[in-house]
Ligand binder design. Structure first.
Ligand code: AMP
Length: 309
């Protein structure tokens, strides 16, 4: 099955208690595509960078079978830049800079070969760009998964609601679910959010895992308890990449398969936080991936006799 990903390709500067990354490659599209590359055969990436973006980064993406024809390079302009600093408790981060640069005026061009894409992952960037990509595809993909963040809820809520209306699976974190719905209870939030359009809602809860909502059903995937977290940046995006990559590989969008995809997403997020930036996602031996998925299985498996009173 074919997969197209839309998302920021960026320069990031990340500060954690373990150190400062300096200027490195980042962006939601980068993390998502790299994570998906361990499952999907081939990915298309739609994004924009400035003339300052090095070709060797694009080459690195291509080595992961990520087609970069959909990444526009605007000479004379600067690439999107994001700077974040994590507290000692790495669940808390301050955004020190968000410089949209070329992302602010991004007009996505869809290469002809992307037109028949079956799976569409709208990674985090301007909701207006996300909906433009949908409207520029001649045929609606089989599944549209959308990721977003509080930044767009604060600045472009009406546009974001338009994108959400067209979405099958919305992926957000718990605080964003509360902000979007105005509800403190995640159960109530899920009910309200699904009325906005998506049949499925995934709520990421950081070190507490993720919840998948569909109809009256709820599935909970744990996060793997890790001894050391070096850099949480991109955890959500690599979750989304693992999720959509697995669905693309299997071509199965049933609830049961989505449960598996949520576990795969959690596994990719758990790898991503073990090193700065995209380092871990760039070099992930298959054997390590297999063992990690098994670790998730062991973490949640238990045997119990039917319990009756
Ligand atoms: P996450 O840690 O999942 O929130 O993702 C962090 C990544 O998102 C970084 O690599 C940033 O470059 C990117 N990012 C941060 N803010 C934005 C934004 N407003 N739009 C698009 N991408 C962003």
């Amino acid at each position: 099955m074919s997969l197209t990903i839309v998302g920021s390709v960026a320069f990031d500067e990340i500060e954690t208690p373990y150190g400062n990354s300096g200027r490195i490659i980042g962006g939601a599209g980068t993390y998502t595509a790299l994570a998906a590359s361990y499952f999907a055969e081939k990915m298309n990436l739609i994004s924009v960078v400035g003339g300052d973006f090095p070709n060797n980064y694009l080459e690195m993406l291509r080595k992961h079978r990520i087609d970069t024809d959909g990444i526009q390079k605007i000479e004379g302009k600067k690439t999107f830049f994001w700077h974040g600093r994590y507290h000692k408790n790495m669940n808390i981060r301050d955004t020190l800079a968000t410089e949209l640069n070329v992302l602010g005026e991004f007009d996505p061009i869809i290469p002809k070969s992307y037109q028949d894409t079956e799976f569409l992952m709208l990674g985090n960037l301007l909701p207006t760009v996300q909906s433009k990509v949908i409207s520029r595809l001649k045929k609606r993909p089989k599944l549209i998964v959308t990721d977003t963040m509080n930044f767009w809820m604060d600045t472009m809520m009406d546009d974001l609601l338009e994108t959400i209306k067209l979405t099958d699976v919305l992926v957000i974190n718990d605080e964003e679910a509360r902000q979007l719905s105005g509800e403190d209870s995640l159960i109530k939030a899920a009910k309200k959010i699904r009325k906005l359009g998506p049949d499925y809602l995934i709520v990421k809860k950081g070190e507490h895992g993720a919840l998948l909502f569909y109809g009256e059903k709820i599935f909970h995937a744990p996060a793997l308890p890790l001894e050391d977290v070096y850099d949480p940046t991109g955890a959500g995006d690599s979750f989304a990449g693992g999720f959509i990559g697995y669905l693309t590989k299997t071509g199965d969008t049933s609830f049961d398969n989505m449960k598996r995809a949520v576990i795969i997403g959690s596994a990719m997020a758990s790898f991503n936080v073990e090193a700065f930036g995209t380092r871990k996602l760039q070099f992930l031996p298959e054997e390590e991936l297999r063992k990690r998925i098994k670790a998730f299985k062991d973490l949640v498996f238990f045997d119990i006799e039917d319990y009756s009173v």
